[in-house]
Ligand binder design. Structure first.
Ligand code: ADP
Ligand code: MG
Length: 255
């Protein structure tokens, strides 16, 4: 199998958001959001539903436009607007709550399609790489099945492998376990933990506090479109400075 790097190095500041502002019509959804994520850093983003977490993640991945501020990924500016819609952030892998696998393609084909179509890799090399990553997420034996034949946890692991196939420099996760049955959460988190251990730069929206404690360098708490507090997990869970963060974490940690 052709060796390839799972984790590709970035320049200083893997992801930089500076005073990002975004409106949906009159609704000011992101307010002066600034965050600097270093290479290999693991960030967990928390906050109530509607606080703007997904919108922030989607701006980083160029799925949403913003109107003010600046954003760069690996030193490359991501303009306001959707300048690069045709090239949806190849340096960035994204895993959503819903797995978004192609139902009519096999697991293997779901993983190779980006490699052959976008990266113009030969079918053989693409298959080698995809199989290596399916092994990485511990489901190589499912390669020839269709998504509908897999459990939710298995499908989410395929979604992670598919993203990793493209050798992203940064991985974004938006509530990757919240649609899963409880018994499947752990297998997906285990894959994410191992990715973190390998040094992947990760920004994860999740309310899995044990995961945050295990891997996060910093936890970002958002409310009403603003970053209210950023601190290491043991600090923000035990002694948040902001009242809103205190209320939020006392609820989710008690749950
Ligand atoms: P979170 O991920 O923290 O739950 P979102 O980023 O999805 O929050 O949404 C933030 C706010 O923006 C919510 O009030 C939501 O209703 C609103 N919103 C999200 N997408 C749109 C849209 N396409 N048009 C208008 N409002 C939106
Ligand atoms: Mg969301």
């Amino acid at each position: 199998m052709a060796a390839f790097q799972l984790v590709r190095p970035t320049r200083a500041g893997a992801v930089e958001l500076k005073n990002i502002n975004k409106w949906y019509g009159d609704f000011h959804v992101l307010r002066d959001v600034s965050l600097s994520v270093g290479e290999g850093e693991r960030i967990v983003v928390c906050g109530r539903s509607g606080s703007g977490k997904s919108t922030m993640i989607r701006c980083i991945n160029r799925l949403e436009a913003f109107q003010k501020g600046s954003l760069s990924v690996d030193g490359q500016p991501v303009g306001e607007g959707l300048a690069s819609r045709a090239e949806p952030g190849r340096d960035i892998g994204m895993v959503f709550q819903h797995f978004n696998l192609f139902p009519h393609l096999t697991i293997l084909e779901n993983c190779t399609i980006g490699l052959t179509r976008v990266l113009k890799m030969s079918r053989r090399d693409a298959t080698d790489r995809a199989m290596a990553l399916l092994e990485r997420v511990r489901i190589p034996e499912q390669a020839n099945k269709y998504p509908g034949q897999l459990s939710g946890g298995q499908q989410q692991r395929v979604a992670i492998a598919r993203s990793l196939c493209m050798s992203p420099k940064v991985m974004l996760f938006d509530e990757p376990t919240s649609a899963l049955d409880p018994e499947m959460v752990r297998e997906v988190l285990d894959v994410m933990v191992s990715l973190a251990r390998d040094g992947m730069t990760m920004i994860c929206v999740t309310h899995e506090m044990a995961f945050a404690r295990q891997v996060a360098d910093r936890v970002v708490f958002m409310d009403s479109g603003q970053i209210v507090e950023v601190a290491p997990p043991d600090v923000i869970f035990k002694e948040p400075r902001h009242r809103l963060a205190r209320d939020f974490f006392s609820q989710v940690l008690a749950a």
